[in-house]
Structures are given as structure tokens and as C-alpha cells.
Design a protein around this ligand. Structure first.
Ligand code: IPM
Ligand code: MG
Length: 370
């Protein structure tokens, strides 16, 4: 009997609550069929929290996140909150969670399911079998660097400032995560920066090389400029195994990589903090897609990114590789049997709804566990 794990669910805005509801279904299934129980609490984040509390996340919710074994996050934001103050905008809730939980390593796998190779914007032979892992630094760089702000200049102009800044230890710890994960996969890491124009990029390249030489000489390390990396991702994505990069480049490159897989709606992510003495890490799991306000409330959302984020939680937070494998197999089987939400349907296939996709995954789980 496994002890109860504390899970904090933050569905957020837009399609967040819809895709999170399908994870609830999986939690119930695992309780019934695998005797794994989670203590689930649910709370507000993003615009939903702003509407009630006037902030994107409350201190009480932050306390709950700090006390949880894992946080499951849906999505935040939408046009409804376009005019709220910058500090309380929905995205600020997510950024506070990342910063206060010290979730410095963001894992974004881009895997192309064979059944979806034709939904990719690239030709099938370029993406078939694709399995890339982007490791994005998540608590530093231009997202958090000081000074920042918008100031008035004496000549009447305004000036916007953000600062790209990295220290050696910030670079070292995220590179270690990337090298470690590479050893369990294809054993290759490509480190990406703009060392041709940015000093922080020069430092990134040197320190990635140092961590490699001192601690991971068995892993193959290459360096690539970030613009070239974007180009190579759409030219020949299969050349990559693990890509490690900073916060902003990782944001952009992971959106590019996600589309290679057929749909932004397919891509899960894990955000991990430093390991404590017992090896446990704080962690947050979220789909890479946003809140998609244009389709919210219509049953059109693809829950597979959220569902696979849940599978990543089982794997990385709870050491439940067998259950994660089972769930990922159920996703593959549902896709193979033709289940498609509208974003991955392509022409000639009639799409199913978000809840129908969730039900299909549970059916596949029943079949696999029979
Ligand atoms: C992401 C998103 C976020 C980011 C936004 C919502 C703040 O684009 O997780 O990729 O820029 O990091
Ligand atoms: Mg993004």
C-alpha cells in the first residue's frame, strides 16, 4: 500500500479546467484499479484567482504549493484580463510558482506519435519517430533579471528595459539535469545560446563545457547558436536528443518543437526544483499549450498534453514508472485506434470532444490492465 501523496491541482483559466477534469478521471481510475490514492486539493490561479482575490495567486495557495508533493497546473490567461495591472496579470501566478518553488529545470519532451506524423507541419519522414527533450532554464535569465521596467526619459520618450543575466551556478545546475537525462536516452546534449552577441551566452557556453568536461565526459556535447537551433529544428529535427538552453530561448524553441509533433495540444512538461537530502524535488507539471480562450468551454480542447503531464508526475515525482508507461501506452493506443480531437484531426476525420478523449484513455487503460 502506497502512502497518500499530496497533490495540488491548479486548473486556472480557459481550457485549463476542461483538460484538468480528464486528469481527475485518471486519478479515480488509479485509485480503483491500482490502489494508488492521492490527497487532492484544488485551488485558483491566474485570472480565476484575480477575479476572486485581486491577485494571480494568493499567499495561502503558495503555502499549499510549497507543502504539496506535486503541483498539477492547467493554463492561465485570456483577453478578459488584458487590462489588469502587470503585477497581477494571470501569468504572474505561474511565474511566482516557478520562482518561489525554485523550479529551475523545465523538461519539455517533443515526441511524435506515429499516428500523428501526418498532422505535423513537416513531412512525415522528417518527424516520424521523433523524440527530443528540451531542458529549459526556468527561474533566471531575462524573465527575472534586474533592472527591468518602463521609464520616462527627459525628452518625452519611454524606455523599456529587461536584463539577461546568468550566474555559473544557475548554468551548472540546469546543465547537470540535461546531462543526467541524456545518459538515460541518446547520450547527446546540444547546448544553445547566442554567444556571438551576448556575454551571458559566452558564459553559458563555457560553463556548459566545464560541467561536461568535469562531470559528464561520457556524454556527447555540442554547442549551437539559438537562431540556428530554431532553423535546424524545422530542417532536420531528428539530429537532436537533448537540447539545454536558457529561459527565453527555451520558451521559443519548445513552441517550435511542439508543432513538429503534430499539435501544441500534445506536449507535456515537468518543472523540477533542486533535490533535498532525501532526493525529493519540488515539482510542477503543466501542458505547454496555453489557455486557448478561443476554444474554451466548447469541449474542443485536447487533454493529452495535460494527461501526459500527469504521467510525467508519476514518473518524476513518485517513481511510478510502471504506471506512467501504462498511461503513455494508453495514449498511444487511443491515437492508433483513430481517436482525434479537432487540433490533430486533419481532413476527413471527425473529431471527438475533450471528455470523449478522456473516456477513450480510460477505456484503453481498462484494456491494458485487464
Ligand atoms: C510557457 C508560457 C509562459 C512562459 C507564459 C504563460 C508566462 O509561454 O510556459 O512557455 O513564457 O514561460
Ligand atoms: Mg511558452
Amino acid at each position: 500500500m502506497v502512502a497518500n501523496k499530496k497533490l495540488l491541482m491548479l486548473p486556472g483559466d480557459g481550457i485549463g479546467p476542461e483538460v484538468m477534469a480528464e486528469v481527475r478521471r485518471l486519478i479515480d481510475w488509479m485509485d480503483r484499479r491500482r490502489h494508488v490514492s492521492f490527497d487532492v486539493t484544488e485551488d485558483l490561479v491566474g485570472g480565476a484567482a484575480y477575479d476572486v482575490h485581486g491577485v494571480a495567486i494568493t499567499d495561502a495557495t503558495m503555502e499549499a504549493a510549497l507543502g504539496a508533493d506535486a503541483v498539477l497546473f492547467g493554463a492561465v490567461g485570456g483577453p478578459k484580463w488584458d487590462d489588469v495591472g502587470y503585477d497581477v496579470r494571470p501569468e504572474a501566478g505561474l511565474l511566482r510558482l516557478r520562482k518561489d518553488l525554485d523550479l529551475f529545470a523545465n523538461l519539455r519532451p517533443a515526441i511524435c506519435f506515429d499516428a500523428l506524423a501526418d498532422a505535423s507541419s513537416l513531412k512525415r519522414d522528417l518527424v516520424s519517430g521523433l523524440d527530443i527533450l528540451i531542458v529549459r532554464e526556468l527561474t533566471g535569465g531575462v524573465y527575472f533579471g534586474e533592472p527591468r521596467g518602463i521609464e520616462d526619459l527627459p525628452d518625452g520618450q519611454r524606455r523599456g528595459v529587461n536584463t539577461q543575466v546568468y550566474t555559473t551556478s544557475e548554468i551548472h545546475r540546469v546543465c547537470r539535469v540535461a546531462f543526467d537525462l541524456a545518459r538515460k536516452r541518446g547520450n547527446r546534449v546540444c547546448s544553445t545560446e547566442k554567444s556571438n552577441v551576448m556575454e551571458s551566452g559566452v558564459l553559458w557556453r563555457q560553463e556548459a563545457q566545464r560541467v561536461h568536461d568535469e562531470e559528464f565526459p561520457d556524454v556527447e556535447l555540442t554547442h549551437m547558436l539559438a537562431d540556428n537551433c530554431g532553423m535546424q529544428l524545422v530542417r532536420n529535427p531528428a539530429q537532436f536528443d537533448v537540447i539545454v538552453t536558457d529561459n527565453l530561448f527555451g520558451d521559443m524553441l519548445s513552441d517550435v518543437a511542439s508543432m513538429l509533433t503534430g499539435s501544441l495540444g500534445m506536449l507535456p512538461s515537468a518543472s523540477l526544483g533542486p533535490a533535498d537530502d532525501s532526493g525529493r524535488r519540488r515539482a510542477l507539471y503543466e501542458p505547454v499549450h496555453g489557455s486557448a480562450p478561443d476554444i474554451a468551454g466548447q469541449g474542443k480542447a485536447n487533454p493529452l498534453a495535460m494527461i501526459q503531464s500527469y504521467a510525467m508526475m508519476l514518473r518524476y515525482s513518485f517513481d511510478m514508472a510502471e504506471d506512467a508507461d501504462l498511461l503513455e501506452q494508453a495514449v498511444r493506443n487511443a491515437l492508433d485506434s483513430g481517436c482525434r480531437t479537432i487540433d490533430i484531426a486533419g481532413s476527413g476525420i471527425s473529431p471527438i470532444s475533450c471528455t470523449e478523449m478522456g473516456a477513450a484513455i480510460v477505456d484503453e487503460l481498462d484494456r491494458l490492465a485487464a
